[in-house]
Every structure is written in structure tokens, then in C-alpha cells.
Design a protein around this ligand. Sequence first.
Ligand SMILES: *[C@@H]1O[C@H](CO)[C@@H](O)[C@H](O)[C@H]1NC(C)=O
Ligand SMILES: *[C@@H]1O[C@H](CO)[C@@H](O)[C@H](O)[C@H]1NC(C)=O
Ligand SMILES: *[C@@H]1O[C@H](CO)[C@@H](O)[C@H](O)[C@H]1NC(C)=O
Length: 604
Amino acid sequence: MAVRCSCTALFPLFFCFMICQLCYGTVTDIQCLKKLKASVDPDNKLEWTFNNNTEGSICGFNGVECWHPNENRVLSLHLGSFGLKGEFPDGLENCSSMTSLDLSSNSLSGPIPADISRRLPFVTNLDLSFNSFSGEIPEALANCSYLNIVNLQHNKLTGTIPVQLAALSRLAQFNVADNQLSGQIPSSLSKFPASDFANQDLCGRPLSNDCTANSSSRTGIIVGSAVGGAVITLIIAAVILFIVLRKMPKKKKLKDVEENKWAKTIKGAKGAKVSLFEKSVSKMNLNDLMKATDDFTKDNIIGTGRSGTMYRATLPDGSFLAIKRLQDTQHSEDQFTSEMSTLGSVRQRNLVPLLGYCIVKNERLLVYKYMPKGSLYDNLHQQNSDKKALEWPLRLKIAIGSARGLAWLHHSCNPRILHRNISSKCILLDDDYEPKISDFGLARLMNPIDTHLSTFVNGEFGDLGYVAPEYTRTLVATPKGDVYSFGVVLLELVTREEPTHVSNAPENFKGSLVDWITYLSNNSILQDAVDKSLIGKDNDAELLQCMKVACSCVLSSPKERPTMFEVYQLLRAVGEKYHFSAADDELTMLPQNANPEDELIVAN
Ligand SMILES: *[C@@H]1O[C@H](CO)[C@@H](O)[C@H](O)[C@H]1NC(C)=O
Ligand SMILES: *[C@@H]1O[C@H](CO)[C@@H](O)[C@H](O)[C@H]1NC(C)=O
Ligand SMILES: *[C@@H]1O[C@H](CO)[C@@H](O)[C@H](O)[C@H]1NC(C)=O
């Protein structure tokens, strides 16, 4: 079904243009196989018959492997030794999710198409060996950027090997032996064994025969080394990022899971009082907390994050509280107390209320309201028999509510608060699945001295997969950084993929969820990312609109991202028909600073 696109004034024109191509298509893979058969299988060696239109009917065909057995979507074609004849088959562009094509040992001839990257955008494994393909290896092969394996052995290919193939950063096997290729082997390919290049007129490493220097080969070297230089720069950047990210504090987390020794050391101070912000909570001291958590045993741990470990506490009347043991904070008791009284006064429907705190020796314990349905992360990614996938209206409600909470922190709360660590783990759900953001205001407590600038000390960037790309460069937290992280949460809601690991991507895809979405949207197949359990339930327009909002949040340029206030308004419009929002949900915006990009959010 096609989805009509309406572009709002809030989206830049180019973005609308991009989105308008992202309409849900019908599965075209049947047409792909029909065209392929018509072009190369005159003798019906494949024995494919198209008289059954049920979903999954093509998945049982000879040589066809689908993504899912009951969905007509081709993952790979293994058509080796089927006696296929003719030119490179037609129709493959309609198998738009295919990752592997094996046409080896047939009688195919003619050129490898110059637009191969348009026909096979996702291909990771291309095997055309033992045919009679002729002509040159097309430069566009370099645009099939997912290629791992290229086998062109034993054909009639001529010309030189294109230097552009240096762009294939994932290439692990490359075989062009037994053709009629000539000229210099591009330096990017010299790492492969000499036997892969056995051609009469090829020269240069890894072969032992030197090329006589001529102008065309020199160009090859220059282009090759320029690309090589770029690759090295990228590698260095990646190594630096890796080192910085590794510095993130982890020590205590591991220990916590194993033991609760620390709790024994504070037992002596049982009488320490818990300072409470709400009169509704009955008076407590440390002893009550210890009893309620069974001395903070690991069985009571309900979450571990960057700011500390969360425990479930069961009170004598059977009700629950959540106690957070803060990861080491270097703030003095006075500073800590003053932060607490600020955070304790923050009350909004979509924030987890801080009820109180307790200071014992070096330990800082925060008392929160308990959220019975757990974190959004667990609800999305930790499915088991008694936890079904959340339905779409519920997910939309969670998206709108958490956007409202975060927008309120950014725009309506005084002092304004940057979260700095938004993830699906810090969005908690109450009994009615109303989302509540937790951990706001804590990032600041983690840093030794956080003066007027919201800097990230200790490599304190936030959870992997949620960190805005500019943070590694600027090291300054901004509202737009929170918007980016929130965009990742929206993507999780629509795709049910984890931010760092995409299960639905080709096996060798190593990027993050945002990389994956960017790739799909550049190729106009964003709909492939949608959680399968949401498809075909009349929600497609809403899913797509949410995806649009998410994509605008994760744009790499912070200035192009909407503000949290805009995100909230957009999502609210998407979910209007459900009436999730009450009349008093209208946010009042406090006046902005002159330059909101470097807004200094938490006042001192
Ligand atoms: C059509 O294909 C489906 C799935 O492969 C199969 O279960 C069904 O029996 C087939 N129907 C006919 C009429 O062949
Ligand atoms: C198959 O691909 C061609 C070329 O991209 C396109 O014009 C055609 O609409 C596709 N067929 C279907 C059924 O989508
Ligand atoms: C390959 O990709 C580049 C960059 O997107 C583009 O400029 C070029 O035209 C493409 N080449 C072919 C042959 O498709």
C-alpha cells in the first residue's frame, strides 16, 4: 500500500523529498524471480512455477533463500550449476533486500552491468565465477559497499581492475584469476593471494612481475594512496574513540552484581535518617532501607546503569520503592544536599519523582517511586512468554509521554535540566504504561567539578548507541544532544532493534541502529526497518510519521534537529486520535537564552 506523504513546514525540503520516497511497497520479489527466469532459464532448469501467490511461496524454490520462510522476500540466490544461459539476469533490482548472489558455473555471457550497484545495493557475496562474462569490471562495483566476497574467476573479462575498488572496505575475498585482465593491480587489493590474480597481463603486487612505470599506473598509485590515507585517518579516529569510550567507569558495576559487601560496611550507621521530600512517605532510616532490600542483595537489583545500581525495596505494608545507590560522586555533602533539594522539587507527570535521599559515609542512596512495569528497554528487547510485544498505540503513548517529560526538563523546568543520558533504560513505565523519565539531573553529580559548562569529564558521554556524533568532538552537552538520544529511543520503539546491534541487518553489518536507518532511508527502503509485529495493522501512516520525527532527531548536524518542544508537538499530532494527552499537557516555555546551542542548563 502506498502512504501519502505530507510535509510539514518543520522539515527541511530535502528531508521531505527523501521521506516521500519511503512509502511502503508491495513485495516485488516475485516479479524479480519471474524476470530472472524469463531472461536466463529458457529450458526451465530451475523448475520455478508461479501459480501460488501465498506469502512464502517462493521461499521453497530451488536456490532461493528468504529472510523469513513465510514472507516473499529474497535473502540470497544460490543458482550455481543450473545450466543458465544468456546475459546477466534481469529483474534483480526487484529483489531489493537480497544480500547474496551466486550465479557460478553457468553459461552466462556478455558484460557485467555498469549499474550493478543499483541492481544489487545490499550484496555482500557476489559469485559470477566459471561463466563467460566479458568486457571490463565495472567501476560501479565499488558502490556495492557491503561486498565481502567477490568471485569473478574464470570468465572472459578484459581491461584493468578499477582502482575504485579500494572503497570496498569490507572486502575479505577477491578472485579474478583466469580472465584476460591487464595492467596494474590496485594497491588496495595487494593483500589478497597471488593466485587470485592469475592473468597473463596483470602486474604489480601480490604478483612477482613489476609493472613498467607508465602514466596510467602512476595515477593508480596516487589514487590508491589517497584513499589509503583516508582509510588510515578513519582508523585512527576510531581507535581514539574506542580508547575514550573504554575509559567509562565500569568497575563498580561488576562488583555490585557479584556482592553487596559495601552494604555490610554501612550497617553500623543503621540509624542514619532518610531525608524525604514528600509527607506522604512515612519516616524512614537506613535500617528500614536495609530491611526492605534484604541488605541490598543482588536479587533485588532491578537495573544497573551509568549513574548507579537500582534496587527494589519492599516495605512492610507490601508496597515498593526503588533505591538507587549512586556511583561514586565526588561532590561534598553540602553540594550533594543542595542538588538533592533542587531535584526533589522537580515534579512532572512524565518524570520519576525523587522522594528522598540518604547519606551514609561515602554512600549516596536515592529513594524513588517504584515503577512496576520496568524499563522501556526491557519491554522492547527482553521478550519472553509472559511479555508480549507492545502494541503500537502503547508505544506511541510512551513516545509522546517521554517526549513531554524531556521537553519539560528542557523548556519549562526552572532551572532547566539536560538529561545527558537518555536511553530506553531510563524510561520507566508505571502500571498504565505511562512513561516516566528517571536519572535526570544525575549526570551532573557524576562529574567531579561541573562548573558553568556542561562538559563531559571522565569520558562521560552516555550509553553507546545513543551518543550524538558531535559530542566526541565538542565534549559539551547540549539540548540537541538529548534530542539525538531521544531520536534513537524513537527508532527503538518503531523497529524494536537495539541501538548498537541490528538483528535484521545483513550478518556483516556492523553499524549502529542509526547507521542502519540512514542506510535504508538513503536507499528508500526505510519500511524494511519497521518491527514486523506492527505491520499490516492499519498503523502504517503513524509508523512512518514517527520514523520521520526520529530521522530528524538523529540528523548529524545538531542545528537541523528539532527542539524537544517541537518533537513533542509533532508526536502529539501523530497520536491525536488516541487522546493520550490531557488538556493541561500544554507545555509552557520559559524564555530561551540568547544562544540556545550553548545553553547552560543547570544553574549553580
Ligand atoms: C502455496 O504455498 C504455500 C506455502 O508454501 C503452501 O502451504 C500451499 O499449500 C501452496 N498452495 C498450493 C495450492 O499449492
Ligand atoms: C521492479 O523494478 C523496476 C526498476 O527499478 C521498477 O520500475 C518496477 O516498478 C519494479 N517492480 C515492482 C513490482 O515494484
Ligand atoms: C558511485 O557512487 C558515487 C557516490 O555516490 C557516485 O558519484 C557515482 O556516480 C556512482 N557510480 C556509479 C557508476 O554508479
